[in-house]
Design a protein around this ligand. Structure first.
Ligand code: PGA
Length: 243
């Protein structure tokens, strides 16, 4: 079966390093999901031809094509060869003030263009300390529930990414991840999304990938920093393939 390994390259790499990484993964026969930066999408797409990896964008405009300087539409992403897109990453929610209404539009645009969203949820450290982690995650999931029922089946995954664990080197313990994933599974099940994969993200590394992925409701991982190096991404994907 195997679990899902998604690589969020964020604002890193160059055309050459991205394509080299993509080609090496393809030549290995891997089937990870790659999320390069916009200017690299079409080239990485070409490097992946003939392989089993999937290509996605890190964000999408809530608007259709038109006068939106600096934005990239869902149709453009599909045209560049993407089949996936991240929506609601915490660096968009917190760094760019994106909230439910905008994220719902992004989801709808993506789905209309035939892209499958990976929808990210997760609490900050202050929210966890205040005992509000579940409340925040429930609020984030509420955006999905506003989608029409048939659209909910077109999502690729939900990613639980506790904000305090992203890029900090601090990982949720496998128990913390397992507990929140079980909660998310229950919430999704209430709305007809029981079998939607749930990924964990936040400082996933070769050293902690096994403990995280052996948790019952962790269907895979969304990896940032450790996905930029071929060896560490390979090591994480080796664990995922064994499962
Ligand atoms: P990280 O990023 O693995 O560098 O913590 C994960 C993410 O933000 O998707």
């Amino acid at each position: 079966m195997g679990k899902i390994v998604a690589a969020n390259w964020k604002m890193n790499l160059r055309r050459q390093s991205g394509c080299e990484l993509a080609s090496a993964l393809k030549n290995d026969g891997r089937d990870c999901w790659l999320f390069p930066a916009y200017p690299h999408l079409a080239l990485v797409h070409d490097a992946l031809i003939g392989g089993a990896l999937k290509l996605g964008a890190q964000d999408v405009s809530p608007e259709e094509d038109g006068a939106f300087t600096g934005d990239v539409s869902a149709e453009m992403l599909a045209d560049a060869g993407c089949t996936l897109v991240l929506v609601g990453h915490s660096e968009r929610r917190h760094g760019h003030g994106e909230h439910g209404a905008t994220l719902l539009l992004k989801l709808k645009r993506a789905l209309r263009a035939g892209l499958k969203p990976v929808y990210c949820v997760g609490e900050t450290l202050a929210e966890r300390k205040d005992g509000k982690a579940r409340e925040v995650v429930t609020e984030h999931l509420a955006t999905l529930i506003e989608l029409a029922a048939p659209d909910r089946n077109e999502l690729a995954a939900v990613a639980y990414e506790p904000v305090w664990a992203i890029g900090t080197g601090e990982t949720a313990t496998p128990e913390q991840a397992g507990e929140m994933h079980a909660f998310i599974r229950g919430e999704l099940a209430k709305h007809g999304m029981k079998s939607l994969p749930i990924l964990y993200g936040g400082s996933v590394k070769p050293e902690n990938a096994r403990d995280l992925m052996t948790q019952p409701n962790v269907d895979g991982v969304l990896v940032g920093g450790a996905s930029l190096e071929l060896e560490s991404l390979r090591a994480i994907d080796d664990v995922a393939r064994e499962m």
